[in-house]
Design a protein around this ligand. Sequence first.
Ligand SMILES: Cc1cc2nc3c(=O)[nH]c(=O)nc-3n(C[C@H](O)[C@H](O)[C@H](O)COP(=O)(O)O)c2cc1C
Length: 223
Amino acid sequence: MTAISFEDCLRQRRSVRGYLPTPIPEATLNAVFELAQWAPSNCNVQPWQVYVASGATRDKLRQGFLDGVASGRAMTPDIGFMPSLTGTHRDRQVECAQALYGAMGIERGDRMGRMQATLRNFELFDAPHVCFIGMDKSFGIPMALDVGMYAQTLMLAMTAHGISSCAQGSMGYYPTDVREAFGISEDIAILFGISFGYEDPAIAANNARTVRAPLAENVQFKD
Ligand SMILES: Cc1cc2nc3c(=O)[nH]c(=O)nc-3n(C[C@H](O)[C@H](O)[C@H](O)COP(=O)(O)O)c2cc1C
């Protein structure tokens, strides 16, 4: 691992949506997931259950997702879909989509282009690895907080090791496939996934950049 400051690590992490086929060496994979175990959790319960698909498992899942989308198989996320947004949140969502479509050269109103861009999720953006992150179905928001902290810890650990990633809510849309692939009990909800690997800089989508709101929109300081 090359030394990288914490600030650089935070600022360098971004969602990468196009990967080289090169797999990550097993020792690096272990080092990254070992680091992420240091995420905090309420009472140190560590509720995250993580399933890393590579090689044939990754190929089979990817094909299953693509067949599912092509045949219109119902998507049944354990935690439901993202709610529709309004106001500032909707504006930010639109801005984020515009950054991606703009980088990909997809014109406003090009519905087919947008659909193809969405489909890239189920192709795992060609990443050689994808991990699925779950927790017990009986746990609610209090435990989901821990899982969210784990996910960012994991992605930063990846960045520090030169590995790119993209968190994907869409990886929770076919949870049955994931449970079947890993022999996971019905008691575990698959919340989302993270595709990861080495960035392919030739992919246009990787030129997309998001911005952040000014501090005052999210944070209040008061003496
Ligand atoms: C929980 C979560 C789910 C996400 N789901 C998707 C997804 O399904 N597809 C996708 O392309 N990006 C997804 N993203 C990536 C966000 O769009 C991205 O983090 C956001 O636009 C900020 O950009 P950045 O990650 O490059 O900083 C997701 C991010 C998070 C945290």
